[in-house]
Design a binder for this molecule. Structure first.
Ligand code: AQP
Length: 339
């Protein structure tokens, strides 16, 4: 069998399951913008079908989808350069998701740590969709034959499963059709932690609002949250290796590094020896400087929801043009009659 060389194409998505957090921004959106500027074809999705794997109030879901689109655009994604759309408007995602549900194995899903974290002790009561989430995620990526997926560290296991699905499909049907997608997990903040607990991921669905910085927080709120962020009593070290057993300190340094496009070592070369009483105000100033223009632009864009819907409609039409032929070919490989 000759190996097919796939043209580079980037896909990623975020769930409209709440407001955007600094974790989503630094771990995902900021990287999306970098990849957009690299000249590769980029598709960025609001994965609304994934969001409903846990309960979403319909009005909130609509609002959060538009706000996520506004966040993408405000952070630098340009609908003329990147294809921006919401997942449910491109039905090929759900269709390929079903085919992949028949390729992926129960045992693979049971090993997913995100399912264990999200379902918690009450797994029997979790939705079937939450259990099968990674099969739909594999479809999101592979329906575009995507070669690169920028994500935060927490999505690494799902990306490995995407490769397993592609490999099993190719093997079962004796084809070289789906590519082996590469995760792109880069930057100083691939895993932004909770401001209240440095061992827990910063998350939009954390019940404590103080644990996260929301992209819509105003300057006072950002300042208050950073001032109250958990730290330890020691001064900052002068190298990143001195942060190994200090999760909260490491988190704040990594946030500073990512916001200022530096490495943690470069930040510590400047601020090593300082106490948090000195470092936190510096972080507040930097966070407000970087995030305020984004939140102001998000608010402006949210003033015209019809324009956001128009952008999503246009993006969806462009996405369907790429996805539908790949879906048709997949049905053909599987043996479905398409008359
Ligand atoms: N704390 C984080 N640090 C770095 N990256 C993060 N991402 C999320 N949180 C962090 C990255 O953002 C992208 C979209 O994530 P998602 O919304 O699809 O799902 P998630 O990872 O489950 O994010 P949340 O905020 O924790 O959402 P909820 O609370 O709804 O589960 C991914 O690339 C992710 O890595």
């Amino acid at each position: 069998m000759t190996e097919v060389v796939h043209t580079p194409r980037v896909f990623s998505g975020i769930q409209p399951s709440g407001g955007l957090t600094l974790g989503n921004y630094l771990g995902a959106i900021k990287r999306f913008v970098d990849m957009q500027e690299s000249g590769i074809e980029t598709l960025y999705c609001m994965v609304d079908l994934h969001a409903i794997t846990v309960w979403q109030d319909p009005a909130d879901l609509r609002h959060n989808t538009r706000e996520l689109a506004a966040g993408y655009i405000a952070a630098g994604l340009d609908p003329a350069k990147s294809i921006l759309f919401n997942q449910s408007q491109v039905s090929a995602h759900a269709e390929l998701g079903w085919l992949f549900s028949c390729v992926a194995r129960m045992g693979w899903m049971k090993r997913m740590t995100q399912f264990k974290d999200k379902a918690g002790k009450n797994a029997e009561n979790a939705s079937l969709g939450l259990f099968g989430y990674p099969a739909l995620m594999a479809a999101d990526i592979l329906i575009y034959h995507s070669t690169h997926v920028p994500v935060g560290e927490d999505q690494k296991q799902h990306l490995e499963l995407t490769r397993d699905v592609a490999a099993k499909f190719n093997h079962d049907f004796g084809v070289d059709f789906f590519p082996m997608t590469e995760p792109v997990i880069e930057g100083a903040a691939t895993r932004v932690m909770s401001l209240r607990d440095g061992t827990k991921k910063m998350s939009k669905s954390d019940p404590s609002d103080a644990a996260r910085i929301n992209m819509t927080d105003d300057a006072d709120t950002i300042a208050k949250k950073i001032r109250k962020a958990k730290t330890d009593p020691d001064a900052l070290p002068s190298e990143a290796k001195g942060l190994e057993d200090r999760p909260e300190a490491r988190n704040l340094v990594n946030i500073f590094a990512a916001l200022s496009d530096q490495s943690a070592d470069a930040v510590l070369a400047d601020v090593g020896g300082k106490q948090f009483s000195e470092f936190k105000p510096m972080l507040v100033d930097l966070a407000v400087e970087k995030l305020s223009p984004i939140s102001a632009e998000m608010a402006r864009l949210m003033g015209d929801p019809a324009e956001i819907d128009r952008i999503l409609g246009q993006g969806s039409a462009r996405a369907r043009k790429i996805a539908n032929p790949i879906l048709e070919k997949t049905y053909d490989i599987v043996g479905m009659i398409r008359s």
